[in-house]
Write a protein that binds this ligand. Structure first.
Ligand SMILES: Nc1ncnc2c1ncn2[C@@H]1O[C@H](COP(=O)(O)OP(=O)(O)OP(=O)(O)O)[C@@H](O)[C@H]1O
Ligand SMILES: [Mg+2]
Length: 265
């Protein structure tokens, strides 16, 4: 009895503290005449980690890419509905796409450092965004990405000489250097070994003190380890969403149950 009351109080307290950073309202997306996202409405709480899960092709990456307008360059992509960042629609005419890309950073499945030095990988984005690019700002970003100690004597070496896991942390450093508000991660660990994966997960845990994080993952253990909230998608729709513990322990939808139980996908 006491315990459940305590649990209740904790959850009430958490809800009271979190506000919505990003809110999606009735989002429909088609490529040509193929509808890929269907009436998506979902909220992403500030300074929490939300995992997007679901079988291959269900639209996770497509949804993630809507959050920093990555589809702008596809002429046959049609988007309806709203994506609100701090309550303002990122697709409205007054909004500069470059501003959205700085506020909403992205880390990809395969680490993609520029073929330049470790230092240049950080300083490039700082310079084009008119932010101070120097050893201090680079050090801060590398420290935040848990990479500084491993590279501090090699800042002028080519980034491509780093290991895969280090390259991914460099890409995260490059993203946090711009002081984004939201960080999108599309299967950031799928090309990494288990140790590098755990390092990135620890890093995600640290980063959520400052950033709102949305991560796509096929790894159900990873979703449970890193995510506060989990959203299950199927064929372009959200089937179920909720607190990660609830989704994994007590899914309401039979499809969610089958998916997380490994029965399809
Ligand atoms: N640029 C595009 N043009 C046409 N169709 C596309 C485009 N990008 C994605 N699609 C289609 O949209 C659907 C959803 O793709 P998406 O990449 O979002 O899936 P996903 O859930 O991320 O899958 P996975 O887990 O395999 O990465 C797929 O049917 C895909 O073929
Ligand atoms: Mg994908």
């Amino acid at each position: 009895m006491m315990e459940s009351l305590a649990d209740h109080q904790v959850s009430v307290k958490n809800t009271g503290q979190t506000s919505t950073k990003l809110s999606v309202q009735h989002l429909n997306l088609s490529f040509g005449n193929k509808q890929v996202l269907k009436n998506i409405s979902v909220e992403f709480p500030e300074k929490q980690v939300t995992a997007l899960i679901g079988p291959s092709g269900c639209g996770k990456s497509t949804l993630l890419r809507c959050f920093n307008r990555m589809h702008d360059l596809y002429p046959d992509c049609k988007i309806e509905g709203k994506v609100l960042l701090d309550g303002k629609d990122i697709y409205s005419n007054e909004v500069e796409v470059t501003d959205i890309r700085r506020r909403v950073g992205m880390v990809f499945q395969k680490a993609n450092p520029f073929p330049k030095s470790i230092y240049d990988n950080i300083s490039y984005g700082l310079k084009i965004n008119n932010l101070p690019a120097n050893r201090e700002t680079a050090q801060k970003a590398l420290e935040e990405a848990f990479l500084w100690d491993e590279v501090k004597d090699d800042l002028n070496k080519p980034a491509t000489r780093l290991s895969g896991g280090q390259q991914q942390r460099l890409c995260i450093a490059r993203t946090v250097a711009l002081r984004p508000e939201v960080i999108l991660m599309d299967e950031p660990c799928s090309a990494l070994d288990p140790i590098s994966t755990l390092k990135i997960e620890e890093l995600i845990h640290q980063l959520k003190e400052q950033y709102t994080i949305i991560i796509v993952t096929h790894n159900m253990q990873q979703a449970q380890r890193v995510a506060d909230k989990t959203v299950f998608m199927y064929l372009g729709e959200i089937m179920e969403e909720g607190d990660t513990k609830q989704i994994f322990k007590n899914p309401k939808n039979e499809m969610t149950q089958n998916y997380i139980g490994g029965h399809f996908g």
